[in-house]
Design a protein around this ligand. Structure first.
Ligand code: NAG
Ligand code: NAG
Ligand code: NAG
Ligand code: NAG
Ligand code: NAG
Length: 372
């Protein structure tokens, strides 16, 4: 059975190095900042930002309009814009073979006085690979996970003829090598969604998340489901390291109904979804089938105070562009389905036609710890 391979990674993988300082492997760049001010600690999250001069050539520094200066995330108060050249890149120092999270934020703040955010559009590239399109960049947030292929990685803004590209901040976070086994030298991924289900905290990130991933709160919207929470710590799964505060809230279907995650996108995008489960009780059976379009169905019983993960094993594009994940109770289950967190990523294909064999059968894939 293929899943055993992943269980093995689990059992023999080493724990994260606890001795490493918390911000080890963090590089946080405030684009367009006056270099004379030097580094500063951002009051919101205690992360130290530095000016961007040594990481980029070209471009212009701008302050956002005064009415957008105060009360915002401090790196948003300046931008670097690139009115000339088609491709302008930040060169970020990396260690070849190490895993990283990279994030580009673009917050317009009327820096050019033209009030034209809605007409600006440009592309982001990770090296030579298309990453994302920035559209109406009032407050854009783009994140990708990759394995570094050299001692520096270019993160590029491409002018596509629809306005001047600009960035407010660029950050790099080194990840534990165990995290997200799906990424490697040949495939990177961009974050589409990362939800802290059952929580009303708008976003939870560093220092709760050691890697500064952002988890957006998603509450039970209506009485067909309900918010659950626990005060007990949830054990961390070394392949995903979802922060315990994220796992400590969940949404449960009301009565014995189903939970559903649904989205539509007809673009040729291949997705991977990670669903994180932890039960807060172990006195009654909670068992449900998780199905994702035609990928098949897996029976899940969330581990008690432990992080179980379910994912589709292959990158998946729905033929009709409609994606539906359904969590449906089994006949034996005493409790309805629940979900603590989920992440949706899209494949960033590297320009290598040999990389992605299409002949494997797609299926759901389970990363649970061994349990009976
Ligand atoms: C920008 O647009 C907003 C409305 O969208 C308007 O209230 C504001 O006055 C405009 N600012 C400038 C500088 O034109
Ligand atoms: C879930 O919690 C949020 C805030 O904590 C609340 O606004 C929402 O109504 C709750 N949902 C349900 C179905 O009770
Ligand atoms: C759940 O069951 C209770 C009691 O049987 C009922 O009052 C309630 O309307 C049901 N809720 C939903 C969303 O079906
Ligand atoms: C997961 O466990 C490791 C090792 O015990 C620890 O260093 C790390 O901070 C934990 N991660 C989270 C998100 O709690
Ligand atoms: C759940 O899946 C099992 C096998 O995986 C199947 O036998 C069962 O009928 C399914 N139950 C529901 C309610 O779909």
């Amino acid at each position: 059975m293929a899943p055993l391979l992943f269980f093995a990674v689990f059992l023999f993988g080493t724990a994260l190095d606890g001795a490493v300082g918390q911000e080890d492997g963090f590089l946080s760049i405030d684009c367009g900042m006056d270099p004379n001010y030097g580094s500063y600690k951002n009051p919101d999250d205690g992360i130290v930002y530095e000016p961007d001069g040594q990481y980029v050539d070209g471009g212009e520094n701008h302050m956002v309009a005064p009415e957008h200066q105060s009360g915002t995330f401090r790196p948003y108060s300046t931008v670097r814009s690139f009115p000339s050249g088609v491709r302008n890149c930040y060169a970020l120092p990396t260690v070849a073979g190490a895993k990283y999270l990279v994030r580009v934020r673009s917050a317009y703040g009327n820096y050019d006085g033209k009030n034209s955010s809605s007409t600006i559009q440009f592309d982001l590239y990770l090296g030579v690979n298309y990453w994302a399109t920035v559209k109406d960049p009032w407050n854009e947030f783009h994140e990708a996970l990759f394995v570094a292929w050299a001692s520096w990685v270019p993160v590029c803004l491409l002018n596509t003829g629809r306005g001047t590209p600009f960035a407010s901040s660029v950050v790099l976070r080194r990840l534990s090598s165990e995290l997200y086994p799906v990424i490697n030298a040949k495939q990177s991924m961009r974050m589409i969604s990362r939800k802290n289900v059952g929580s009303d905290i708008s976003t939870l990130s560093y220092p709760y998340d050691r890697y500064d991933r952002h988890w957006w709160g998603q509450i039970a919207p209506d009485p067909t489901c309900k918010n659950l929470s626990t005060a007990s710590t949830i054990k961390n799964n070394s392949m995903f390291s979802v922060p315990s505060p994220v796992m400590q809230t969940a949404v449960e279907a009301a009565n014995k109904s189903s939970l559903r995650i649904k989205w539509e996108n007809s673009a040729p995008i291949e997705y991977k979804v990670f669903m994180h489960f932890a039960d807060f009780q172990n006195s009654q059976l909670r068992q449900f089938n998780v199905s994702f379009n035609e990928l098949g169905s897996y029976q899940v019983s969330p581990p008690y105070l432990d992080n179980g993960v379910l994912s589709n094993s292959q990158w998946y594009k729905a033929p009709g562009g409609v994606y539906t994940i359904t969590l449906e109770p089994t006949a034996e289950s005493k409790l309805p389905p629940m979900l603590n967190a989920y992440e949706i990523y899209a494949l960033i294909s590297h320009d290598d036609p040999m990389t992605f064999p299409r002949d494997c059968k797609y299926s759901l894939y389970i990363y649970f710890r061994i349990s009976v």
